[in-house]
Ligand binder design. Sequence first.
Ligand code: ATP
Length: 229
Amino acid sequence: MRETLTASALVKTYGSVHALAGVDVGVGPGERVAIMGPSGSGKSTLLHCMSGILEPDSGTVRLGEVEVTALSDAARSRLRRDRLGFVFQDGQLVDELTAAENVAFPLLLAGWSRSKALKAGTGWLERLGLGPMSARKPGEMSGGQAQRVAIARALVHEPAVVFADEPTGSLDQATGHEVMQILTTVCSMSGASLVVVTHDLKVAGWCERLVEVRDALIHDDRVLRQATS
Ligand SMILES: Nc1ncnc2c1ncn2[C@@H]1O[C@H](COP(=O)(O)OP(=O)(O)OP(=O)(O)O)[C@@H](O)[C@H]1O
């Protein structure tokens, strides 16, 4: 479902370190936004606050009608599970589970029966050209294949927003290109917004907007290209 994500006046400190010093960012329904900036500028903290992983010291995050920052820890966890998807640098798949089981995992957490969840998981793998990988475990796949499995897992429950933290960080350039192509295509197809933290301008180039963070503040927020969907 398409929703607007809005972060307003976010402040987050760690002891005496100001990780976010009053940050406003909006992500439109289905929009793709890249977050860039020097190391230590606050990008991951921003992504974690926007996705409800971290609670800001002050400020608000809203997803559609829901004020995420006003929810209890349990309700925020449920919102992350049901409405958001995550792709991390190293995939973070469960080593003991097959590719199909990894993709089915969010559906099992949401209460789906095992057979229905596995069928949906396998369907997603087939859509991403990974049908033959369904029964393999993460250790038996290449980095690019594992990242495609992670993308399927992030999208399987049709989230409103997908958050990706350095999704191509451990991949070579060609594989990273392929992974970004797949990630942006499946987000467009499902109507999910995408928020990508990256150090790589090529990765940012897959997005419609580039938000630059410096010293815990938004330094620049500009349109890279018109939305394609
Ligand atoms: N758990 C923590 N405890 C203490 N300080 C932290 C913690 N997490 C982040 N910081 C500090 O907050 C600031 C912002 O960190 P953050 O990880 O958000 O930056 P970043 O832009 O994502 O960096 P990088 O590109 O290196 O991943 C940094 O000064 C960092 O050292």
